[in-house]
Write a protein that binds this ligand. Structure first.
Ligand code: URA
Length: 313
């Protein structure tokens, strides 16, 4: 297969599959729920309509580069669940290659996990941000001969913020709130749902999220304080969702827009320095995963491809 790859600018294989995700047109629906964790992706995929119900097998493709795509129908509506791993770079592969494999509007909901920078979102709560920005380690700060000496004193760069799709975010927030309400009422250790704030994407789980690691020279002791000063309404910090919002905004073919929203389970309470317990995840993840699918099929999208007749491999 490798010999048949052509076009170094946007590689595809002989069957026209994009190189890293390994899907082609017809394999991915216009509505995509993306997660990081493959196990989470497969668990959520159990909610899809069965082959007996739809008359079509569920498409599944695990790429050699660590991407998982599962396409089927949820309550009769074509959806894909795509697990992409972690980080801005994987989000970039996913958004560009998925965009190249679907005609019409692409509606993407990201369901991930995050750290929380506010006491309003303890471990076990869910954050639905209105937008997000990115924090990048400035490698030149650490270089003996920086290319940009005038920027050497700045160890971490902040971007401006990028908006999530308003309508989708409202639908997602409402659906997640409704899904968690009974569990919260019953006193289970999940919730609340925090909306309206910003998400920060670090380029690392460690240094650019302000974690202290004595083994490495990071110059990040002031970073969390800087986050709170520059963007005081930052609720969450992780590595993918702001990049999704950024790329959605940069999709410039008007026939191929991207609408994006995201929600994250708070795993790391960075204020209280605690981590979510497995029994909280067991309650939270199925509720939020289902809510994401319910929200995804409520989104109004134009030019939806009919993948109903597709013979998925
Ligand atoms: N994911 C992250 O990137 N950071 C966290 O603290 C938790 C999950």
């Amino acid at each position: 297969m490798k010999e048949s790859i052509s076009n170094a600018n946007f590689p595809r294989d002989a069957e026209d599959r994009v190189y890293h995700i390994s899907v082609k047109t017809g394999d991915v629906a216009n509505r995509v729920l993306t997660v990081g964790d493959h196990v989470r992706g497969r668990r959520i995929a159990k909610l899809l309509d069965t082959e007996e119900e739809t008359g079509h097998p569920i498409f599944e493709k695990q790429s050699q580069r660590g991407f998982l795509t599962i396409t089927g129908r949820y309550k009769g509506v074509p959806v894909s669940i795509m697990a992409i791993g972690m980080g801005n770079c994987m989000m970039d592969f996913f958004v560009r290659e998925t965009r190249a494999s679907v005609d019409g509007t692409l509606a993407i909901i990201r369901f991930g996990s995050c750290g929380s920078l506010t006491t309003s979102a303890p471990a076990g709560s869910v954050v639905v941000p209105r937008g997000g920005y990115c924090i990048r380690r400035n490698l030149d700060h650490f270089a003996e001969e920086p290319i940009y000496p005038q920027l050497k004193d700045i160890p971490y760069f902040f971007s401006g913020s990028f908006k999530a799709d308003d309508g989708m975010t409202q639908i997602l927030a409402q659906t997640v709130e409704n899904a968690l309400a009974p569990a919260i009422e019953q006193g289970k250790p999940v919730g609340p749902v925090l909306t309206g704030g910003l998400n920060a994407d670090g380029c690392s789980f460690y240094s650019s999220q302000g974690r202290q690691d004595p083994v490495f020279w990071d110059d990040n002791e002031e970073l969390v304080e800087e986050i709170n000063t520059k963007f005081p309404d930052t609720h969450s910090i992780e590595m993918e969702t702001s990049m999704l919002f950024h790329l959605a905004q940069c999709a410039r073919d008007s026939t191929k827009p991207i609408k994006a929203a995201g929600c994250m389970q708070v795993f790391a309470d960075r204020v209280g320095n605690s981590f979510i317990r497995p029994e909280q995840v067991d309650i939270l993840e199925p509720l939020v995963g289902k809510a994401c699918l319910d929200a995804l099929i409520k989104v109004n999208i134009e030019n939806e491809m009919d993948v109903a007749g597709t013979v998925w491999e």
